[in-house]
Design a protein around this ligand. Structure first.
Ligand SMILES: [Zn+2]
Ligand SMILES: [Zn+2]
Length: 240
């Protein structure tokens, strides 16, 4: 394991360098541990969402880390986003694919240790937060592969991509919930573009049968969630 540090405030992995402050959250380097210590102190807990989807979180919880998910497509296992902790006991993993570049986790270690192929939208593949990370493939457009559907919608980040697998939607941190209710679009990023991407999301989901939404800190039923998102877009219209 080469020099790699994990910020305990946000969970961001710094690959191959040691800055004074975390590039993601700005925390001082006294809050960093090595990735090796991280693997010793934390593990990755797997919580089933349904027969093919599993939620992943570092345990104990690690800063602002966002939930990642695995999908067993029947033709291989895909991880959507990646935990901050590299867990050497993790089962074989064919692909890691990102919604966006904010929480790349320890994906470089899963890649090198488990041989997983890593993919992200091209527009999110080259910036300050991707330093040290390797992507085997980038994409510009949506695609369908082994039942996993990818839909870039821009907004929160230029390459933000949501995924569908059967009746499950993976939306990471595009939409915030609090106390079980949709509250707002992600505030970090261009507000206008994020709302436009939100409308694109609703258009792409219309007519589809979705039951479950997997977000960065929630798994929730689709009907209440989508009603909340429609409400947010209604508010945006009224503000204009
Ligand atoms: Zn940080
Ligand atoms: Zn984000």
């Amino acid at each position: 394991m080469e020099q790699q540090y994990v910020c305990l405030v946000c969970g961001y992995n710094m690959v191959g360098y040691l800055p004074d402050n975390c590039p993601f959250c700005g925390a001082h380097s006294k809050n960093f541990i090595t990735a090796r210590e991280c693997s010793e102190r934390f593990s990755v807990v797997q919580t089933p969402v349904n027969d093919s989807v599993t939620r992943l979180n570092s345990s104990p919880s690690l800063g602002l880390e966002h939930a990642a998910y695995t999908v067993d497509t029947g033709a291989g296992v895909i991880m959507i986003d990646c935990p901050s902790t590299f867990d050497p006991t993790f089962p074989p993993l064919d692909h890691i694919i990102f919604t966006h570049h904010h929480f790349l986790g320890a994906s470089n270690l899963y890649r090198s240790e488990l041989g997983s192929k890593v993919r992200i939208h091209r527009l999110d593949s080259d910036n300050d937060l991707t330093r040290g990370f390797v992507f085997d493939n980038t994409f510009d457009r949506g695609f369908v592969e082994n039942g996993l559907e990818a839909y870039p919608i821009d907004g929160h980040t230029p390459g933000f991509t949501f995924y569908l697998f059967e009746d499950v939607l993976f939306i990471c941190d595009y939409i915030f919930m609090k106390e079980g209710r949709v509250r707002m679009f992600n505030r970090f990023g261009p507000a206008g573009k994020t709302a436009t991407g939100g409308q694109r999301l609703l258009d792409l989901l219309s007519g589809r049968t979705i039951n479950t939404v997997c977000g960065y800190n929630y798994v929730t039923d689709f009907p209440g969630w989508v009603e909340g998102v429609e409400g947010l877009l209604g508010e945006n219209h009224r503000k204009r």
